[in-house]
Design a protein around this ligand. Sequence first.
Ligand SMILES: [Ca+2]
Ligand SMILES: [Ca+2]
Length: 359
Amino acid sequence: MIGSYPITVTGTAPSPLVVKNSIITLNVYATTFNPMTLSTPANGALNVTGPYTFSWVADPNAATYDIDIATDAAFTNIVDAATGLVANSYISGAVLSSNTIYYWRVKPSNQCGSGSFSSAYSFTTSNCNSTVSTAVPVTISSSGTPTITSTINIGVTGTINDIDVVGLIGTHSWINDLTVTLKSPQNTTITLWDQICANENDFNLNFDDAAASATLPCPPTGGGTYQPQGSLAAFNGEDPLGTWTLTIVDNFNQDGGALNGWGLNICLTSISTTIPQNGIVNTITIYPNPTSNAFTLDLGNIENVENIILLDVQGKLIYENNNIINSKIKIDLNNKSEGIYILKVQHHNEVNTYKVVKQ
Ligand SMILES: [Ca+2]
Ligand SMILES: [Ca+2]
């Protein structure tokens, strides 16, 4: 019967009498395996964040397990794999792309042979990304009532469904002087804090609408997370693509400091893969589509197209052209991976979106 059996081996020396015991273990395995049952991430799980931990129900007939993690259900593009795992879990060190569907499966083995891979489970990785400003430090002069700004350029397109301000760090020798606001590329502005506390120094904190407290400590240092005075949800539904501006107004002469760091953690709703292949400007044609390499964007008789951008499905900028001279534009996807790309054509402040498939 399958199982692990301890066997006590006793050795006896007669004169003088010495008895020694040693326990050995007999593992009995069968050559046939039951189907594996996968546990977590649950099949179809959304918004899965790293570290990516995979677990499955232990099989008493298995001595070790193999795991495959792939971007396709056929497991032709395996991004991480491990063999000879003793535990019924695995933490992947692979860097998985955000907002991407992955597939995983597990196979049991023992000294008699190997079983089959389990049916695959799939999950979708989180669609959140952190970006830290490189436009720091910025000095806040102690002279007069300066207004300073610092920017973050976000190169990802999509629809915001959550945004947090992280690592807002700086110095100022009288914190009550300061009003801090955040402006989106679409010019929505919210107040993070407005002249809190008194003559305490410096700041080091994060803002999240979901934080437990809206009451900032004085001074607002210590790296905690608080609700802003305004609502970061005001940015929900906007496209994060473009320049975000943090503004600090120093309302009083004397006392200054510096903004030393800040960042944004932006979560997008999943990018729809049902974008129509032909937008409302039906004189624009794209061919071949699907393509195996390059494709041609034919603007037809449309004049004064201002900007063309091509993004991958995660919103990463692949191609940009804002100096359009010819009506036919060839865009090369030669070194790009197979999948869906999003082409945006801007014409008189109207942006039309097209789906291009490389296969
Ligand atoms: Ca949040
Ligand atoms: Ca001041």
